[in-house]
Design a protein around this ligand. Structure first.
Ligand SMILES: NC(=O)c1ccc[n+]([C@@H]2O[C@H](COP(=O)([O-])OP(=O)(O)OC[C@H]3O[C@@H](n4cnc5c(N)ncnc54)[C@H](O)[C@@H]3O)[C@@H](O)[C@H]2O)c1
Length: 392
């Protein structure tokens, strides 16, 4: 028996691979990646603040830590022949599809990056879905981490995937339409449509995890050996808001909250994201298209800034919170209320991370790499602040 993890070199994929290996010791855990994320970050002129090791070193450390059932294969999922070969060799019982170009700002640099992102993401998913059909693997459970971003910013509570519709006295449920706000997020809307079709036509069991902004630097399995660390990006393109704020604070710049900071966004800690991915690998095939909002709840942008300030004070690091005009097209005070009760009940009954833990973990793990942050300050500090180092 085997579990396939795509994007196994990534921020979420690497800790997921390690945890799966612990949870399913009698199965082969097969990771696949083409190392594109390492190249994208290099291309935009930055690095992972927490150093990450080569896959060979990662695997050696994993074996030494008792993960004896992991295999890794380098390859590009947009290459149909590669996907076919993986399926023919391993015939996985579960596919956990975490590979994608996941940055909205990167996808919006220019038309070439937009097309690249959509081709990379949609073609990879399509190859993986069709491969299951063509290898008679329709009993395989297919899990993808799409994104909460497919929902856009509606002014009503966001359901877990489906909308109830009533027209002229008749009722039904329809899949929530793709209303993404970036070319990256729209690639995931295309994926959702293809997942829906694979389920509708072939009865493939699909679990679509609408993954929220994921924060944190470590999980149980990535600690104890620096070679097991997962990546941590803090630049404009690949750093999520928590990462950029933490980097700004540690590098001695004010934290820059856009507008009044009233915006709230669904989020999830890395450990909880990994735990719920592992839970989905435990589910039996059910021929359904299951959608879960993979978030433990909303967090306010101002709350993150103030949280970093509080924890910074505990660690002896003075942190200033500044408000800047919002350059992004988003509704200033938008709360993005997202239903998540099915997700919490079925896939994350025991959440372990709250935002303050996540912020503390982030600041503590980043503190030794302050020099790296300073060396790349033009990659994450807004231009208006670059000449204003306020903290020694
Ligand atoms: N991290 C978040 O906050 C977040 C939020 C919402 C959704 N997601 C989704 O979760 C998944 C994992 O995200 P992440 O943050 O770990 O991203 P990541 O970039 O660190 O990991 C994705 C991995 O996929 C690999 N990859 C990309 N295209 C590939 C291809 N064609 N062939 C083989 N490998 C390929 C990359 O090299 C990378 O290692 C992605 O699908 C992302 O869209 C992440």
């Amino acid at each position: 028996m085997a579990i396939l993890v795509t994007g196994a070199d990534g921020y979420i994929g690497w800790p997921a691979l390690l945890k799966l290996s612990r949870e399913f010791p009698d199965e082969r855990i097969v990771g696949v990646d083409n190392f594109a994320r390492r190249r994208w970050v290099e291309e935009i002129g930055c690095v992972s603040a927490i150093p990450i090791h080569s896959m060979q070193e990662r695997l050696e450390a994993a074996r030494e830590a008792g993960h004896g059932n992991i295999s890794f294969i380098e390859g590009d999922l947009t290459d149909r022949a590669f996907v076919q070969q993986i399926y023919a060799t391993f015939r996985p019982r579960v596919v956990l599809h975490l590979a994608a170009q996941p940055s909205a700002p990167y996808s919006e640099i220019n038309g070439e990056r937009a097309t690249y992102t959509q081709h990379n993401n949609v073609q990879s998913t399509s190859n993986l879905l069709w491969g299951l059909k063509e290898h008679n693997l329709i009993e395989t459970v297919f899990v993808e981490t799409t994104t909460t971003g497919v929902y856009g910013q509606p002014d009503f509570d966001i359901p877990e995937g489906f909308l109830e519709v009533e027209r002229n006295g008749r009722k039904g449920s329809v899949i929530y339409p793709g209303m993404a706000g970036s070319w990256y997020h729209m690639s995931k809307c295309h994926d959702v449509n293809n997942l829906w079709l694979a389920n509708a036509k072939w009865k493939l069991s699909v679990i679509d995890l609408r993954t929220a902004i994921t924060y944190g630097t470590r999980t149980d399995e990535t600690q104890g050996d620096p070679r097991l660390a997962t990546r941590f990006d803090f630049d404009f393109y690949f750093g999520v808001v928590v990462n950029r704020f933490a980097a700004q604070a540690l590098a001695g710049f004010p934290i820059t909250v856009y507008g009044k900071g009233g915006l709230k966004r669904p989020m999830i800690g890395l450990q909880d994201a990994v735990d719920s991915i592992v839970s989905s690998a435990k589910r039996e095939p059910n021929q359904k298209f299951d959608i879960f909002n993979q978030t433990s709840g909303p967090v306010g942008i101002q709350e993150i800034g103030e949280g970093i300030q509080t924890i910074g004070a505990e660690m002896g690091i003075p942190v200033q919170v500044d408000h800047l005009e919002n350059p992004r097209v988003e509704k200033e005070e938008h709360q993005m209320v997202m239903e998540n009760s099915r997700f919490m009940n079925e896939l994350l009954p025991h959440p372990t991370v709250d935002i303050m833990d996540g912020l503390r973990d982030t600041l503590e793990s980043l503190q030794p790499y302050r020099d790296t942050l300073l060396a790349y300050k033009d990659r994450f500090v807004p231009e208006q602040l670059l000449n204003r180092v306020s903290v020694a």
